[in-house]
Design a protein around this ligand. Structure first.
Ligand code: G3I
Length: 357
């Protein structure tokens, strides 16, 4: 299977690299063999799945070509940073919704659905909150009220406009323990049940998710999440979905058991989503690396399509022009499906060619 996909990706690599920006994803210019799938929206429609991208709100405002491709290709959006706590409440009681609103408004105008990201995380918390907890001026009871109000305010603001919320992001560590955070330390593990309940009250129709990385393959993490879901369900906590971030790199093996992992969560009655897919590589880019990257993207989509409960496949940015990867992994990059000039890479064509198994 693997070698077949590599071969396919290699075949696709050459025409993809040669395509001019404007021509690539459109009908008759697409490489032979999958001309009937026009673009990612078409792929989404034909497979009954949502295909999304993370959106940089500032770029959405400033770059018309970025906007055009985003709205042409994607049926689902996630704000890359604009809905995080430090973005929406940088000072206590001072709310800055402009960027988050802009993403939601773009979705409304372009027939896209939205994933809210994220209500609880240990990162990108506002300084007033972390320093208040650190110096003891915010005690546990007040912290709990602050969290409740945060969830009520944010979920309430977008009630009916967010399809799915990442209620809790990255709450298990790579050793399979509940992650140390101000939430666990000061509120105890019950904060998770509270958070899901508050979110449900604020928007009863939004799908409520756990979301994390390395759950594609890390068995300790997988087991802890499965146990956590069962514990929450036993307490009748409203939890609807498991999000797999899908931050992969071609220098590591593709997580071959991913579809089975997805199924084990689906068996608990959860919806599944791939929420932050990207596939980085050690630079420089070569045709071989692009072919491997294409294979990884295609396998990930095929894994999702092979699980009935997998309802969304979202990439963490669609262009190498704007990707978190180079800023976080020295010497790595080129993780997206379009290049810096918004030209489709082999990975883009490999996604179009992916079929339900
Ligand atoms: O907002 C400031 C801006 O004012 C300043 O000019 C600029 C200069 O560097 O920094 C800006 O903040 C950056 C922010 O992204 C917005 O661009 C932060 O430094 C930077 O740390 C932050 O990185 C984000 C990262 O989460 C933070 O942890 C990435 O863009 C974002 O892609 C990444 O996303 C996470 C998901 O939320 C959860 N899963 C993992 C994923 C990748 O790390």
């Amino acid at each position: 299977m693997r070698s077949r996909l590599v071969a396919l990706a290699l075949v696709l690599a050459v025409p993809a690299l040669a395509l001019p920006a404007s021509a690539a994803p459109r009908g008759q210019d697409a490489p032979k063999g999958h001309h009937h799938v026009r673009d990612l929206r078409d792929l989404a429609r034909k497979n009954g799945i949502r295909i999304g991208s993370a959106v940089d709100a500032a770029v959405l405002r400033s770059e018309a070509d970025y906007r055009r491709v985003l709205n042409r290709e994607f049926t689902h959006l996630t704000a890359e940073n604009a809905m995080k706590w430090e973005s929406v409440e940088p000072e206590r009681g001072v709310f800055t919704w402009d960027d988050a609103d802009a993403v939601v408004e773009n979705a409304r105008r372009n027939g896209q659905q939205v994933r809210g990201h994220t209500l609880i995380w240990h990162n990108q918390l506002p300084a007033w909150l972390t320093s208040g907890v650190a110096d003891g001026s915010i005690g546990p009871a007040e912290l709990r009220t602050i969290l409740r109000d945060h969830i009520r305010t944010q979920v309430g603001r977008y009630k009916g406009k967010i399809r799915a919320w990442d209620v809790a992001n990255e709450v298990v560590d790579d050793e399979g323990n509940l992650r140390q955070s101000i939430w666990l330390e000061h509120l105890g593990p019950g904060y998770l049940a509270d958070a899901f309940r508050w979110a449900r009250q604020a928007d009863p129709r939004a799908k409520l998710y756990l979301n994390d990385y390395n759950v594609e393959w890390n068995q300790g993490k997988i087991d802890r999440y499965l146990a956590l879901v069962k514990e929450l369900q036993a307490q009748r906590v409203p939890i609807d979905g498991m999000g797999f971030q899908g931050h992969l790199g071609i220098q590591y093996d593709y997580p071959a058991g991913w579809a089975d992992v997805m199924r084990s969560f689906a068996d608990l009655g959860l919806e599944i989503a791939v929420t932050e897919m990207d596939v980085r590589m050690v630079l420089p880019v070569t045709p071989e690396k692009l072919a491997t990257q294409a294979e990884y993207y295609s396998r990930a989509l095929a894994d999702c399509l092979s699980v009935k409960a997998c309802r969304e496949f979202t990439v963490w940015g669609f262009t190498d022009r704007h990707s978190w990867v180079p800023g976080w992994f020295e010497g790595e990059g080129a993780a997206c499906i379009l290049d810096e000039d918004l030209r489709p890479k082999p990975a883009y064509h490999a996604l179009l060619a992916t079929r339900r198994r």
